[in-house]
Ligand binder design. Sequence first.
Ligand code: PGA
Length: 266
Amino acid sequence: MSELFKTQEITYNKGEAIKVYEDKDIASAYVAQRIARIIKEKQNKGDRAIIGLATGSTPKGVYKELIRLHKDEGLSFKNVTTFNLDEYYPILPIDDQSYVSFMKSNLFNHIDIDPKHVHIPDGTLSLEGIQAYCDLYEKKIVDFGGLDLQLLGIGRTGHIGFNEPGAILESRTRLVTLNDITREDAKDDFGGKDKVPTQAITMGVQTITQAKEVILMALSQRKAEIIKKALEGEISADIPATFLQRLSHVEYILDNEAASLLSRTE
Ligand code: PGA
């Protein structure tokens, strides 16, 4: 590990892989490097890299760094296929608040990915068509050989993707109802909580845990309480992120503030 990514290694009472960084930019650069490494390893083998992406404020720094790696260091995304975690329902892709718009403005418009290799759940489907569409979303991931890496944020409800409290470990891609806190947190984007959609399409907890690697990022004090519950609380559908506990292919990337309430053994 280079000096740039020197972390405070926490010896944590359950032994999960937790890396805590002073600075969110360094944390984001570390995650971007991980993604870049997978892309290059696959390029060398003539394979596609299948990457699960997230939206929200947390991964923005990762995307900024990936754009820099593309522009300054020639990282190509031509062999990359992406699957986003979720999308509001209903929503038009051209709406500013859609995750299609988010991904275009924060990443896809600035790199050389082919739009035909991008998958984001469709917020325009008729209700009757949703489950078949979700089943196909799952099938496409499986047909590509599974996700090489899934990037995650965490909501204050403990959601991963839009798997809100109550979501079970076996859940797959489906239509869900958004939690009240999640809609409250999205109100600034939509210009009022009443304008935030009440539903979303999300990959399930099982879809996420089946990725070959999972990185959950949490930055800022706002996430300290839920990070403590997610990592140290009892495993329960009340906090879906707890389902990631003890999975050896999950890594938590935190800044000092998000990690500030965790128990340490040293
Ligand atoms: P945030 O959202 O990155 O905007 O805090 C994270 C999430 O809800 O998963």
